[in-house]
Design a binder for this molecule. Sequence first.
Ligand code: ADP
Length: 464
Amino acid sequence: MFSKILVANRGEIALRITRACKEMGVRTVAIYSEADAESPHVHLADEAICIGKAPSAQSYLNIPAIISAAEITDVDAIHPGYGFLAENAHFAEICGSCQIKFIGPSPQAIRVMGDKMAAREAVRKCGVPIVAGGQEAIKDKEEALRVAKKIKYPVIIKAAAGGGGRGMRVCHNEVRLVSALMTAQHEAESAFGNSAVYIEKYLEKPKHIEFQILADSYGHITHLYERDCTIQRRHQKLLEEAPSPSVDWKLRKKMGEVAIKAAKAVNYVNAGTIEFLLDTDGKFYFIEMNTRVQVEHGITELVTGIDIVKEQIRIAAGEKLSIRKQDKIPLKGHAMECRINAEDPANDFTPCPGKIERYNAPGGPGVRLDSHVYAGYTVSPHYDSMIGKLMTFGRNRGEAIGIMQRALEEFIIEPIKTTVPIHKEILKSPIFRRAQMTTDFIPRILGEWSDKNADESKIAALKK
Ligand code: ADP
């Protein structure tokens, strides 16, 4: 086992990883930007090094500064968390060349799966169903029109290097396709430094179902069942649950086998996630693989009892999976996660950074809160707006929902705006309760809700 790990991240995931290390008797090094000097992950770690100014490019994405911190503190390994450098093959390679173990898959697997077109091709060759679409980057509008005509509208333009729901454009006709192509290419270039885009069939009311994979270096590979991440805003997840209320055991078995096939396509080692879209007719299609720990990993931990972060560390340290037989992986109860973001849901989820003056965290039976904020904490405009993950666990879905409703009622985060009110609305919805939601759920319920809430905030502003 490693004796010291540097956690190359911030916020709740840096805390999560540091906690796992503590429990495993592994010493930790935190890195932080000038904006995060007072963050809990800095205080919890055994050592902490400031690596630069607040903007990510000067701190959490600054590879020379991070590697220097790792060398000065003499760590054996780096855990990248999610976001920042977690899916940067170059960073993984540099770690390797400095004799520091990167806690994640090989640079080669990151590279293939990080390019969505290459990923599609790699898994397709192994018999994994993919959404219909072009196999190559679109060169010009004639090619775009040709591909779209073949697969039929609606289609979606996607950035090969895309992530975080960015760089996607849905097109219902030729006019829209031609106008969206250039914008999508420019957006891809500025967001990811790679202008390559491709076109695939846009599925109209799918569900997002993903499988958690664990693989060690001895050829053992298992899945920890699925998560349902259908509740999204702007193609980004907002609420997740495990297991999916839309997947029965027959489908679970089939999708799980296909997910393992997809991971094997790149000789995957460590934790990863295979994402599928499940169509209205019960057919499912691979959309991408995330080669890191997911934000929503905690709900899988709640229903399986397996600590995914500890498994990642053990795998990287050359140990075998703690459970190596698929049919021995437990699945018990139901877990749900609400992402608590510093955003205004009534105003198109605009980020609302600022100081938290009043804070009360929910607790009690069935509640897990992974968060790094407290009363007096200032949410920085420099980073992602997620300030916590509220998870609940019940014997069944109804119980998990009930506990979540109670926990959301207890949650006080003031005066900044958060996603707490929209989560309450989601949980009340009969469509959600009947598990009939599809990925267009939020826009469908949001219109009415935000009109009402925007009006209320306008009235409150007038009264002031
Ligand atoms: P990112 O890497 O940016 O997260 P994904 O490829 O994982 O992008 O897709 C994110 C979400 O976008 C999906 O969960 C789904 O809601 C939507 N999406 C992506 N591809 C399609 C598609 N072909 N048809 C319908 N929705 C899609």
